[in-house]
Write a protein that binds this ligand. Structure first.
Ligand code: IPE
Ligand code: IPE
Ligand code: MG
Length: 250
C-alpha cells in the first residue's frame, strides 16, 4: 500500500491513538552496519524525527512523546553524550521556526536541570515560544528515567502530606499521577519501539500500565512514514479490554 492509501485507511477506520510514545532505538546499529561512527546514526535519526513529527498530527495523533535521552545514557562514552547534546541544541535551533509554523507545542519530560546549559537554554526558548500553539504536543523525554520520575513524585507527595495539603487517605493512583512529570498528558495509547528490543528501558513505567505495545525490527534512521502508519493501523485493530470482558471476548 502507498503512503496515501495507508493514511486514507487510518482516517476511515478512526480510533487513532491520542498519545503515541516512541523508543527511538537502533541509531548505533544502523551506523555500524554502514561502517560509520555511532554518532552518524544519531544524526540520521533526526531526519526520522522530522518525518514522524510532520506526519503525526494530520493523522489525528495529539501527543507524541519521544524517548530522546535516558538517565542511563550518561553511562555512554563522553564523546557520544556530548554529540547527542550538541545535536539537541542544533536541531532545536534549526527546527524551531518550522515547529512554530506548524503549531507544534514543544514540552520536555525528565530532569531537565541536568541537561548541559546551552542545550537547556535553547530548549527553554523553544518551549516558551511554542507554549500557546494548539497543534501536536511534542514531548521530548530527556534525561528521563521512569524510576527516578516515580521517586521524584513520591518526594513531592510526602512533602504535601507533611505540610497537611494532602491527607494519607486521599492517596490514590489518580492523585499520584498529578505528581509525575507527565501530569498534563494522558497515558500513551500506543508505544512503539524500533530496532527489535523487547524491553521498556525505564521508559514511562507508570504511564504504560495499559498501553498497547508495538515493536518493529527497523532501525530508527530507517523508520519511514509508512512504518509509522502501519503501527497505527495495527493499533486500530487491537481490542483494549482494561481487564474487562467485551462483546468479542465473552
Ligand atoms: C537510540 O539509539 C538513541 C539513544 C539511545 C540516544 P542507540 O544509540 O541506542 O542505538 P543502538 O541501540 O546502539 O543501535
Ligand atoms: C533507550 O534506548 C533510550 C532511548 C531511546 C533514548 P537504549 O538503547 O538506551 O536502551 P537499552 O540500553 O538497549 O535498554
Ligand atoms: Mg539502543
Amino acid at each position: 500500500m502507498s503512503l496515501e492509501e495507508l493514511k486514507k485507511q487510518i482516517k476511515e477506520t478512526g480510533n487513532v491513538p491520542q498519545h503515541v510514545a516512541i523508543i527511538m532505538d537502533g541509531n548505533g546499529r544502523w551506523a555500524k552496519k554502514r561502517g560509520l561512527k555511532r554518532t552518524e546514526g544519531h544524526k540520521a535519526g533526526v531526519k526520522t524525527v522530522q518525518r514522524v513529527v510532520r506526519l503525526a498530527h494530520p493523522l489525528g495523533v495529539k501527543y507524541l512523546t519521544l524517548y530522546t535521552f535516558s538517565i542511563e545514557n550518561w553511562k555512554r562514552p563522553k564523546s557520544e553524550v556530548a554529540y547527542i547534546m550538541k545535536l539537541l541544541y542544533n536541531t532545536t535551533r534549526s527546527e524551531l521556526d518550522e515547529l512554530h509554523k506548524n503549531q507544534v507545542k514543544l514540552i520536555a519530560t525528565g530532569r531537565i536541570s541536568g541537561i548541559p546549559q546551552s542545550s537547556r537554554m535553547m530548549l527553554r526558548k523553544a518551549i516558551r515560544k511554542t507554549a500557546n500553539n494548539n497543534g501536536l504536543v511534542l514531548n521530548l523525554a530527556l534525561n528521563y528515567g521512569g524510576r527516578t520520575e516515580i521517586i521524584d513524585a513520591v518526594k513531592k507527595l510526602v512533602k504535601d502530606v507533611k505540610a497537611g495539603i494532602v491527607s494519607e487517605r486521599r492517596i490514590s493512583p489518580e492523585l499520584f499521577e498529578n505528581y509525575l512529570y507527565t501530569c498534563e498528558l494522558p497515558d500513551p495509547d500506543l508505544l512503539i519501539r524500533t530496532s527489535g528490543e523487547m524491553r521498556l528501558s525505564n521508559f514511562l513505567l507508570w504511564q504504560t500500565h495499559y498501553t498497547e505495545l508495538y515493536i518493529t525490527d527497523v532501525y530508527w534512521p530507517d523508520y519511514t512514514e509508512e512504518d509509522f502508519c502501519r503501527a497505527i493501523i495495527d493499533y486500530q485493530s487491537r481490542e483494549r479490554r482494561f481487564g474487562r470482558l467485551t462483546n468479542k471476548s465473552r
